[in-house]
Design a protein around this ligand. Structure first.
Ligand code: GLN
Length: 313
């Protein structure tokens, strides 16, 4: 079906925001020390249509680190650069059923990273990005994600430093992948680039634009720039549907029926192909690391706007 008129979308967005605002369950991520200090009440939601029309509410202009949501867009850039087959073989597309930073999942899979939305697969994805040096890989990621957002994204140096000082687990994951020959690049240098990409600052509106670019077959609806091909969007959205919310991906798909991706700073992107991108930000997370209010508001919008891709009516 078609989307309701703009004024009606504003009303439904306000209702979604009000509904989720009453929820206080979940906890702010604290394994990255700097994230523990964020105001847990911050809450913004944005909806951007493939026509470029934006609807924003609450703290939709407050910036936070993109964290794992970067994985979706770096994966799209890699698919664009290397093609469907090669990325499929090396990174994989199956849900691990384990936490995003699981080491056991790698071991059980004979060193295979699983999929690009868990840390192992995302680190492997970053390692595969074009460039002979870490700086070249970083430049491609920073400019690519900026094209998705339609503005130059900057790194939050404090978040980058805080995570760099404490990311022993991601270093272990990279070394383990290296030991299996799954990373053909210095594992420490790859983790550094990955940590930087996770520290890029966005707001809920940026996330909605980035999601709308995937909804629009790879064309940013605000700048009208083509960022990736329609085929790459299709492949990326399939991976998000199965693995975007980690071990909760099945529950998410059952309730919301759309591809999405979460990050531990509280960001959440959702894509309704051909229709809209949704960006949400609320720092309190469920046990898998997904924004609680973000999920509630998005579930409301999916139903109210008729976005569920499995619904025939
Ligand atoms: N930078 C974070 C990490 O690697 C990203 C995790 C996340 O957002 N789930 O742990």
């Amino acid at each position: 079906g078609n989307l309701p008129a703009g004024g009606r979308i504003d009303e439904l967005l306000a209702a979604a925001h009000a509904r989720a605002l009453g929820h206080h369950e979940g906890a702010v991520a604290d394994y990255i020390p700097i994230l523990a200090g964020v105001d847990p009440e911050l809450f913004g939601v944005s909806v951007v249509g493939v026509d470029g029309v934006a609807h924003d509410i609450g703290d939709s202009g407050v910036r936070f680190s993109i964290q794992s949501i970067s994985k979706a867009f770096v994966y799209a850039l890699l698919c664009e650069a290397l093609g469907h087959e090669e990325v499929f073989d090396i990174v994989g597309v199956n849900n691990t059923g384990s936490a995003f930073n699981s080491i056991v999942a790698i071991e059980l899979n004979e060193g295979h990273p699983g999929n690009p939305m868990v840390n192992a697969g995302a680190i492997a994805t970053t390692a595969l990005m074009p460039g002979d040096t870490a700086e070249e890989k970083w430049a491609g990621i920073a400019s690519g994600l900026s094209r998705f957002a339609g503005r130059r994204l900057e790194v939050d140096e404090e978040v980058y430093r805080s995570e760099s000082e404490t990311n022993h687990r991601n270093r272990a994951i990279a070394q383990l992948l290296g030991s299996y020959g799954r990373i053909r690049f210095d594992p420490s240098a790859v983790v550094d680039v990955y940590t930087r990409q996770c520290a890029l600052l966005v707001d809920a509106h940026d996330l909605a634009v980035m999601a709308a670019t995937l909804a629009d077959g790879g064309v940013n609806p605000e700048t009208r720039e083509r960022v990736v091909s329609a085929e790459v969007c299709r492949d990326t959205l399939a991976v998000l549907a199965s693995s975007g919310l980690y071990e909760r991906s099945g529950e998410w798909l059952f309730e919301i029926g759309l591809p999405g991706k979460s990050g531990v700073a509280g960001g959440l992107v959702t894509v309704a192909p051909g229709k809209v991108g949704i960006g949400a930000f609320a720092p309190r997370l469920d046990e898998a690391g997904n924004s609680v209010r973000g999920q509630i508001a998005t579930a409301y919008l999916s139903r109210a706007l008729g976005l569920n891709i499995f619904a025939s009516a």
